[in-house]
Design a protein around this ligand. Structure first.
Ligand code: ZN
Length: 340
């Protein structure tokens, strides 16, 4: 089969690799209908994370089950399934508490590589959720979004306790930030402030439910959020970038007693203890337990109540993965869908 590898920063190649096989009796093999490039794939692509290439890439996937191991009972060949970036058993105490991305037996899909034609999914019973039937083609981007970018934005909004009567601010206008806007809207927030200085992203934020746009960032962004919220700061702030500047911007934009949901993968973030102590802000985040939300998200997509698939503004054949990375790196694309 064909699959994408990162050889070195900026060097993505699609090459022949072995077809995956069932290794453990809890595995499933799926034929990917679509996969995509994640904002977090850009960290190694930009050399900010070490690359020990050639590394298989990709951790977002939807597809048709081809084969299952002898222990798998929840999914069967022929079903269309959605999974997320950590395989999880969904039975251990941590999974049962809703934190499947910290499952005691978790396995990262990124190490296996979902930017490919086929994927071996470990712990298939706990990881994969089937749709009610084979979806029509126009729904596939939305189901793919549920695999990570929507699931992560959703967790950011839940962790920030977005809901009725609360003001929500979103730091970050990548796919996750934009879909955190959609999540906040669906969770009942009436006032949603998207922080973005890029016109196409502002437009999408408004389409997803943002009521205001703030173009300032850093201290000026914080001042603007306070100005819009009676000098108090927002009740709920989603941090969807992962840098020192964005994290402090999120904390400082939150009113005392408010909540920050941080889902940007942190790189070099150090929190000032004294400021945090006096901020009275709740911090909750981390790698999103997307599996917790998959049944609900699949239902919302299947019944066409949400359309998160519009976050993909570039669609390419898998063979052109390198261009997909480049377009996102240069911010010419918000998110690239790859068709195996
Ligand atoms: Zn578990």
């Amino acid at each position: 089969m064909r699959g994408a590898f990162l050889y070195a920063p900026g060097d993505v190649r699609v090459e022949e690799r072995d077809d995956p096989k069932i290794i453990e009796p809890s595995d499933a093999i799926i034929r990917l209908s679509a996969t995509c490039v994640c904002g977090s794939d850009l960290w190694p692509y930009r050399g900010i994370e070490a690359v020990e290439g050639p590394s298989p890439m990709g951790h977002e996937y939807v597809g048709i089950v081809q084969d299952v191991g002898s222990q798998v009972t929840n999914v069967k060949p022929g079903q269309f399934v959605v999974g997320s970036f950590f395989a999880s058993d969904n039975t251990c105490p941590i999974c049962q508490a809703g934190y499947q991305s910290s499952c005691l037996h978790r396995q990262p899909i990124g190490a296996i590589g979902a930017q490919a034609e086929y994927l071996r999914v470990p712990l298939a019973d706990g990881t994969l959720v089937a749709t009610p039937d084979i979806p029509s083609d126009d729904l596939i981007p939305s189901f793919l979004a549920a695999s990570d970018v929507l699931g992560t934005g959703w967790f950011g909004a839940v962790a920030a306790e977005a809901g009725p009567g609360r003001s929500v601010a979103v730091v970050g206008d990548g796919g996750v930030g934009l879909l955190a806007v959609l999540a906040a809207r669906k969770l009942g927030a009436e006032r949603i402030i998207a922080m973005s200085r890029h016109e196409p992203r502002q437009r999408l934020a408004i389409e997803f439910g943002a009521t205001e746009i703030v173009t300032e960032r850093g201290d000026a962004g914080v001042a603007r959020i306070k100005e819009l919220t009676g000098g108090l700061g927002a009740h709920s702030v989603v941090e969807a970038v992962g840098t020192q500047e964005s994290m402090l911007q999120a904390i400082r934009s939150t009113r005392p007693g408010g909540h920050v949901g941080y889902v940007g993968v942190a790189h070099g973030v150090e929190l000032p203890g004294t400021e945090l102590f006096f901020s009275h802000v709740h911090l909750h985040g981390g790698p999103a337990p997307v599996r917790r939300f998959l049944p609900e998200l699949i239902d919302l997509i299947w019944t066409r109540q949400i359309d998160p698939g519009t976050v993909f503004d570039l669609s390419l054949p898998l063979e052109q993965a390198a261009e997909g990375y480049r377009a996102m790196d240069e911010r010419r694309a918000i998110k690239t869908l790859l068709r195996p």
